[in-house]
Design a protein around this ligand. Structure first.
Ligand SMILES: NC(=O)c1ccc[n+]([C@@H]2O[C@H](COP(=O)([O-])OP(=O)(O)OC[C@H]3O[C@@H](n4cnc5c(N)ncnc54)[C@H](O)[C@@H]3O)[C@@H](O)[C@H]2O)c1
Length: 404
């Protein structure tokens, strides 16, 4: 976590988060612990829960609890436990949260629905996921957002690195650890060719898999074509694929009818935030038998003996079944920490009750904090060059609409 540690080192004396009371709801992993410790080093108080019932690393949650931190998370929570844990972060004696750091929007949702008085007094919400950001924009559209929110999912440093490079590495790790599958020559269908889908497809192609893409957006579909993938409707290949991966952030992308048509042994998993991308609930019928063959691996058996290999019950497979590279998490965590500082320290009036993107200068700062890891050296603009390009010599170096 080099960038985050550098941020901590640079800011631990002036404590920019002094007095901030942060409710955190993220995956509880070793890397998240470094973020939590950093926020505390920068002056914040925190209460923390997990944003996913499977992704908590129990030893990490235990270590944080042993260190005296109010952390409410364990691997394999029930739905009921999940909401109970979040609620423990919101309600405590002499504790009134002033900020939320959310991944998926559940803590924000609970605050908004059940603790609206507290929600209205928040200084800011920082949201990391596509799904959570979508919920915030919906609230804002309906005129119901009563706090300033920062969409860090769409910061360039988050989207390009966490969604794309991280998934490029962790999809293979997840599939290998759970199924020991060999990728060469396997037919894989990836639904969604956004950042996550692009990462998965490029990794699978690199190992010799035959990759198909399903997309609803013609621009992303055309990108997939140009990258050398066949763009198909699920129905066209559903009977022949060996692996199905959803990466859309949408619901019911794989239906029971399609699962019925898949061939024996097909591996089905999800990389998107929501656990409804694969309609897993539709597989809970009396004609099908569920057999747990390993942790996070279920065989669903049809009456004729056909088996589908379902990973992590349709939840985020990489966060449930593999490790995620710390370097990428460092980039995302640094973005989150900087967004919290920006919302907390901003003078009144800079942020209204709306959803904002992290200012580009800060996005560039996050990237800059990570360059020393590679011994990367930036070229500096001359005064003349800066004037010619019409940018400040010290950044931001690109207009907001630049896509990278
Ligand atoms: N697993 C991880 O580590 C990880 C990391 C980052 C994001 N995510 C999650 O992955 C999901 C996708 O993120 P992203 O950044 O790629 O988003 P994105 O918006 O860039 O891509 C999603 C793509 O899915 C397409 N799509 C939507 N509905 C579809 C359907 N029914 N069939 C086919 N394609 C469809 C969209 O057109 C879009 O191109 C989100 O839920 C996000 O929260 C997961």
């Amino acid at each position: 976590m080099p960038g985050l540690m550098l941020l901590r080192k640079r800011n631990c004396t002036d404590k920019p988060l002094e007095g901030a009371k942060i409710v955190g709801c993220t995956h509880v992993t070793a890397q998240a612990a470094v973020l939590i410790e950093t926020l505390i080093a920068l002056g914040a108080q925190v209460r923390w829960s997990a944003c996913n019932i499977y992704s908590t690393q129990n030893e990490v949650a235990a270590a944080l609890a042993e260190a005296g931190l109010p952390i409410f998370a364990w691997k394999g929570e029930s739905e009921e436990d999940f909401w109970w844990c979040i609620e423990q972060c919101i309600t405590a004696d002499k504790w009134q949260p002033s900020m939320v750091l959310d991944d998926g929007g559940d803590a924000t949702h609970l605050l908004y629905k059940k603790f609206n008085g507290t929600f209205n007094t928040l200084r800011g919400v920082v949201e990391e996921s596509v799904t959570g950001v979508h919920r915030l924009y919906q609230l804002s559209k309906q005129g119901k957002l009563t706090v300033a929110a920062m969409n860090v999912n769409d910061s360039v440093t988050k989207t390009k690195f966490d969604n794309m490079y991280c998934c490029r590495e962790s999809i293979l790790d997840s599939l290998k650890r759970t199924t020991d599958v060999m990728f060469g020559g396997k037919q894989v269908l990836v639904s969604g060719y956004g950042e996550v889908g692009k990462g998965c497809c490029s990794a699978l192609k690199g190992l010799g898999a035959i990759v198909y893409v399903a997309e609803i957006d013609p621009i992303c579909a055309l990108q997939a074509c140009m990258d050398g993938f066949r763009v198909v409707k699920i129905e066209m290949v559903v009977k022949q694929i060996d692996i199905m991966i959803t990466c859309t952030g949408n619901k019911h992308v794989v239906t029971r009818e399609q699962l019925d048509r898949m061939k024996n042994g097909c591996i089905v998993c999800n990389m998107g935030h929501s656990n409804t991308e694969i309609d897993v609930a539709s597989l809970r019928t009396s004609d099908l038998t569920w057999e747990k063959v390993r942790t996070q691996v279920d065989h669903i058996i049809w009456p004729d003996g056909k088996r589908i290999v379902l990973l992590a019950e349709g939840r985020l497979v990489n966060l449930s079944c593999s490790s995620v590279p710390s370097f990428v998490v460092s980039i995302t965590s640094t973005t989150q920490a900087i967004a919290l500082i920006e919302l907390y320290k901003a003078p009144p009036g800079r942020y209204k009750h709306d959803v904002y993107l992290l200012p580009k200068k800060m996005d560039e700062y996050v990237a800059m904090l990570h360059l020393p890891t590679f011994d990367g050296h930036l070229t500096e603009l001359t005064e003349e060059q800066a004037k010619y390009l019409g940018v400040n010599k010290n950044g931001p170096f690109k207009p907001n609409y630049y896509r990278y």
